[in-house]
Design a binder for this molecule. Structure first.
Ligand code: BV8
Ligand code: ZN
Length: 245
């Protein structure tokens, strides 16, 4: 059982607004590889080769091959206990804003409706020509095309691309106005998402990190619950329901 300080549970129990930022680590126990941990995706592939507009322009077949491989993994795996525990936490605190860097859509699948997806969704395709999002019309030579004839791209944010403005604004607002900020399963290395815990800290939020390892954020955090989120989050919910009853 990870060590919760005596401070965390009462703080959670009476908090008006909790903000959570998740990263690829929350889906690790679903069997989806993370980006930088052991066996991480970037270990096998370099981000510069695959998750940038230049890479897509240079070799769209290679990039689509990688995204189709990852789409298959997302479709053949499931949300884990950590995703479901966050959906449950929603009902136990005043207000809970969930921000994710994940592109797998697992928070919504686990029943959390309002998710701020900072880096888009891997199962969405978007037309380069007309911007329409949705099912591709036809695949030619390993590439998807829209009804308008334009080539389609994965609906994610690549390195060097701006994040969706509305999503980033809501995420900043949630970081500025929460009393507790959880950073779960993120190496806190990718910006501007990695800025959010710092914004929360500057506004006086209590920062809690859930991660099996220490990260760039651990020094800033008020508390590190060291362990896998699929175990730690259900334990946190269990302890919280005992406090609330
Ligand atoms: C932008 C979608 C600018 C695509 C992704 C130098 C300094 C600072 C910044 C930069 C720089 N050089 C370049 C930049 C900017 C760059 C950046 O931050 N680079 C980093 C690498 C230095 N950022 C960008 O390019 C962003 N855009 O800045 O635009 C701009 C300015 C002007 C005009 C136009 C543009 C865009 C960033 C978004 C990139 N897209 N994903 C795809 O998925 O294919 S990012 C990708 O990384 C994923 O979204 C992933 O979620 C995200 C962050 O990684 P993490 O989620 O943290 O995952 P990671 O593997 O790193 O860590 C996993 C953690 O889980 C580990 O800590 C591990 O211990 C833990 N864990 C493991 N198991 C478990 C666990 N935790 C809990 N339970 C477990 N069981
Ligand atoms: Zn189109």
């Amino acid at each position: 059982m990870p060590h919760f300080t005596a401070k965390l549970l009462p703080l959670l129990h009476r908090s008006a607004h909790v903000t959570v930022l998740t990263g690829a680590g929350i889906s690790a126990e679903s069997g989806l590889p993370t980006f930088r941990g052991a066996g991480g995706l970037w270990r096998t592939y370099r981000a510069e080769d695959l998750a940038t507009p230049e890479a897509f322009a240079r070799n769209p077949q290679l990039v689509w091959g990688w995204y189709n491989y990852r789409r298959e993994m997302v479709r053949s795996h499931r949300p884990n206990a950590g995703h479901y525990a966050l959906a449950e936490l929603h009902g136990l605190v005043g207000k809970l804003t969930l921000i994710t860097q994940c592109v797998d859509g697992y928070h919504r699948q686990a029943g959390f409706e309002e998710v701020i997806e900072l880096h888009g969704n891997i199962l969405v395709s978007r037309c380069l020509q007309c911007g329409k999002e949705g099912e591709t019309e036809v695949w030619r030579a390993g590439l998807p095309y829209c009804a308008c004839g334009g080539m389609m791209r994965p609906g994610v944010v690549w390195f060097g691309e701006s994040l969706p403005r509305a999503a980033l604004q809501s995420a900043h607002h949630a970081a500025e106005t929460c009393s507790i900020f959880f950073a779960i399963g993120t190496s806190a290395m990718v910006y501007p998402a990695a800025q959010l815990p710092h914004v929360a800290g500057m506004h006086g939020a209590y920062i809690v990190e859930i991660n099996p390892e220490e990260t760039a954020l651990t020094a800033l955090a008020d508390e590190l619950l060291q362990g896998p989120s699929g175990k730690v989050l259900p334990q946190l919910i269990h302890a919280l329901t005992k406090v609330s009853s």
